[in-house]
Design a protein around this ligand. Structure first.
Ligand code: FES
Ligand SMILES: [Fe+2]
Length: 424
């Protein structure tokens, strides 16, 4: 089965529905480039290709270890149209399996999460242990050429980083830490796996998944769309951070009169997380981790988004907020202000992503241009365009970002000069 999947992926790899010429304009320097071709947001064939070649082709973030901590504790997760079960074994190992019975193919586990002593198929009751091994089923003793040891659940490669669970359906991606690159090294000073979830909100967004990642990657839209956010972290503050792996990393600065991103701008008495330096404490770190994870580290909490494509024009976005257990144990712990802030910000974002989804369908629309505040959108789009082109060329990211930083600095200096002139 694993071989069959690899074959399918191979076939899709070789038939990208977008030829290199169609994305040639995306692969130019930011200030000369065009955004992604409009049909990348709408065509079913492109969506199918992305699912097969990308989401089933390497590491994809699926959840948190805290949801599979004790033996038998599991959660289900959709990946590239598959239903995967992540489970903690009796031996303490975290494993992943296709949630598919080897008998006549029924889905085995129906509840999204829980704790089970073993897996029992609801159809004819075939039983698999937590390590995926099939117990000899009833009435199979006389079968010709049938060894239950060869009919266990089909495993999926699993790895974790900072309490986040990743799966690799292809089975041959590089080691996860290597894949993540700089972000894994940068965040070594934290133990984010120790944080615990305070809230989860799922959003059904009527927009293509790439529109959502692009939106997360820039703050050009912040003054108009997010006045509440822009008040605390001005849209042109911050900078890009080294990003040699799958994560595009940046930060924004919290103005001195505020502590964190929340409705009031206060952290409501929460201490900065262990590992935070004085510098970290004034920043929000953002990373878009290819292909589906949006990572936002605040002085006092972590927020993660999982972006799960459902259809070309529809995406499930799961957002979760995590805090220090010691803070959560305090009698006056109340994360509502931070959660309300991001729930509002999320909804503001989904609204404009949905508007983009509608407009890019128009026959009048041709691919637009990036402003000089959108080089990180361009950075993500380059990852997309290079993969569509599938010609072995990875457009260098560094040049793009340096260009943008220099440009942003020039713009800031110009505005400051204008401000000073007005004050004189
Ligand atoms: S399909 Fe699972 S036991 Fe028959
Ligand atoms: Fe936004």
């Amino acid at each position: 089965m694993v071989d069959a999947l690899a074959d399918r992926r191979q076939r899709h790899d070789s038939v990208s529905p977008i030829a290199p010429e169609e994305v040639a304009n995306v692969r130019r320097p930011t200030l000369a480039a065009s955004v992604l071709p409009p049909r990348a947001f709408h065509d079913q064939s492109i969506f199918d290709y992305e699912q097969e070649a990308w989401f089933a082709g390497g590491w994809v973030s699926v959840g948190r270890e805290e949801d599979a901590l004790t033996p038998g504790q599991y959660f289900l997760t959709p990946v590239a149209g598959e239903n995967i079960v992540i489970v903690r074994g009796n031996d303490g190992e975290l494993r992943g399996f296709y949630n598919v019975c080897r008998h006549r193919g029924a889905t085995i586990v129906e509840e999204a999460c829980g704790t089970l002593p073993r897996f029992q198929c609801p159809y004819h009751a075939w039983v698999y242990d937590l390590e995926g091994k099939l117990k000899q089923p009833r009435h199979t003793e006389l079968l010709v050429d049938f060894d239950p040891a060869e009919w266990g659940l089909i495993p999926v490669r699993v790895a974790t980083w900072q309490g986040i669970v990743y799966v690799d359906l292809s089975g041959n991606a590089e080691p996860l830490r290597e894949y993540l690159g700089d972000i894994a090294v940068e965040l070594d000073r934290f133990d984010l796996g120790a944080l615990r979830r305070a809230r989860r909100i799922d959003y059904d967004v009527k927009a293509n998944w790439k529109a959502i990642v692009e939106n997360f990657s820039e703050c050009y839209h912040c003054p108009g769309v997010h006045p509440q956010l822009n008040r605390i972290t001005p849209y042109d503050s911050g900078s890009y951070l080294p990003s040699n792996g799958a994560a595009m990393n940046s930060y924004m600065e919290v103005l001195p009169q505020f502590e964190t991103l929340s409705m009031s701008g206060a952290a409501d008495g929460r201490a900065p997380m262990p590992g935070m330096t004085g510098e970290d404490d004034r920043r929000i770190y953002y990373s878009a981790i290819w292909p589906n994870q949006l990572f936002s580290l605040h002085p006092d909490y972590l927020m993660l988004h999982w972006v799960t494509p459902l259809e070309p024009g529809r995406t499930m976005v799961r957002c979760e907020w995590y805090f220090e257990p010691a803070e959560m144990a305090k009698p006056d712990f109340n994360p509502d202000d931070a959660i309300e802030f991001w729930d509002l910000t999320n909804r503001q974002d989904w609204h404009v992503c949905e508007l983009q989804q509608q407009g890019t369908k128009s026959r009048a629309y041709t691919a637009g241009r990036y402003s000089s505040m959108e080089s990180s959108v361009h950075g993500f789009d380059l990852l997309v365009a290079d993969r569509y082109a599938n010609d072995g060329i990875m457009t260098p990211q560094d040049r793009v970002r340096k260009q943008d930083s220099a440009d942003a600095i020039r713009e800031r200096a110009k505005r400051k000069a204008l401000g000073n002139a007005a004050a004189d």
